[in-house]
Ligand binder design. Structure first.
Ligand SMILES: Cc1ncc(C[n+]2csc(CCOP(=O)(O)OP(=O)(O)O)c2C)c(N)n1
Length: 322
């Protein structure tokens, strides 16, 4: 039986979210190079379908944890572009009042724990969220984004095992983009897939085409439904690729331009656009309208961030616990 295809309005909304993430990242890249945004950046161009598909499968009251590469997760979960941009600028109006910056985006009001940049850090914290939801019988689900590199951290194994044994309402979402910084996956694992590791803990796992937002959303919906029904965690391994370097100072010498070009042909945004045009579900005018809308949102976000106040230095130690 062919899986049911989402309505055109849903597909266009998924397209919009992916485009928002892509254009947010492109803007941020130039603002960083121009010296407007401090620190460093880990960007997610190419990986938009994973954040978008998973977050669309979650309810507003569900939670996510994220990593050093959190911009897409934040926007897909509903952190406002204004608050995300202002956070990158280190402004008081940012979603963490400018204290966190790029690697700590998050907003409890939309169910996103401020991102944890320690690789594998979210994999145990998410079990705490899941345990709280289970004990409180809240009906909520927690999803944890992480890279394949994180699966060589002890925290990945501890988190997965604990969630399995306790049958917690958690979805583990691995974004397997093939490289942990400059290290290829096959150099650090004799097991070819991350999903295979889940079997060791009795966890159901699935490999998903992470360049296909509809496939990700479908797999995530099944996993979220199982978690909500008390059937415990699922691991989704989403096969994806980051089109850019690991961080802003990465010349990508560890992979070939040919490989990059091959993955670019599978761009999730271009792919969905082609499908919608072919099916007659949307026309060029609809895409132009979405593009214009996204650009206006980002113009506003940049303007908001630029004109926002810096945090008050007198409050430097407020909210610091150690
Ligand atoms: C515990 C820990 N070790 C090392 C680092 C430095 N570091 C930051 S990102 C990264 C690579 C992570 O790769 P992966 O988990 O696959 O995520 P991706 O960058 O591909 O999204 C490393 C080693 C860190 N932040 N935390």
């Amino acid at each position: 039986m062919r899986p049911e295809r989402p309505q055109p309005t849903v597909l266009l909304e998924l397209y919009r979210t992916m485009l928002l993430i892509r254009r947010f990242e492109e803007r941020v890249y130039f603002l960083f190079l121009e010296g407007e945004i401090p620190g460093t950046l880990h960007q997610c161009q190419g990986q938009e379908a994973v954040a978008t598909g998973v977050c669309d499968a979650l309810e507003a009251g569900d939670w996510i944890t994220s990593t050093h590469r959190p911009h897409g997760h934040a926007l897909a979960k509903g952190v406002s572009p204004r608050a995300a941009m202002a956070e990158l600028y280190g402004k008081e109006t940012g979603c963490c009042r400018g204290r966190g910056g790029s690697m700590h985006l998050g907003d409890p009001d939309v169910g996103m724990l401020p991102a944890i940049a320690i690789v594998g850090g979210g994999n145990t914290v998410v079990t705490g969220l899941g345990l709280a939801f289970k004990l409180g019988r809240t009906g909520q689900v927690a999803a944890c984004f992480f890279g394949e590199g994180a699966t060589n951290e002890g925290a990945f194994h501890e988190g997965l095992n604990f969630a399995a044994v306790q049958q917690l309402p958690v979805v583990f979402v691995c974004e397997n983009n093939l490289y942990g910084a400059s290290t290829p996956w096959e150099r650090v694992s004799l097991v070819p897939s991350v999903a295979a590791r889940a079997g060791a803990y009795g966890v159901t796992a699935q490999v998903v085409d992470g360049m296909d937002v509809v496939a990700v959303r479908r797999a995530a919906s099944t996993a979220v439904a199982a978690a909500r029904a008390g059937q415990g965690p699922t691991l989704l391994e989403c096969a994806t690729y980051r089109f850019v370097g690991h961080s802003r100072s990465d010349a990508r010498g560890y992979r070939s331009r040919v490989e990059e070009d091959e993955w670019r042909l599978r761009d999730p945004i271009v792919g969905l656009r082609h499908q919608l045009l072919e099916e007659g579900a949307a026309d060029e005018a609809a895409f132009d309208a979405v593009g214009g809308e996204v650009d206006a949102v980002l113009d506003d976000a940049v303007e908001f961030a630029r004109s926002s106040p810096d945090p008050d230095p007198a409050e430097l130690l407020a909210d610091a616990y150690a």
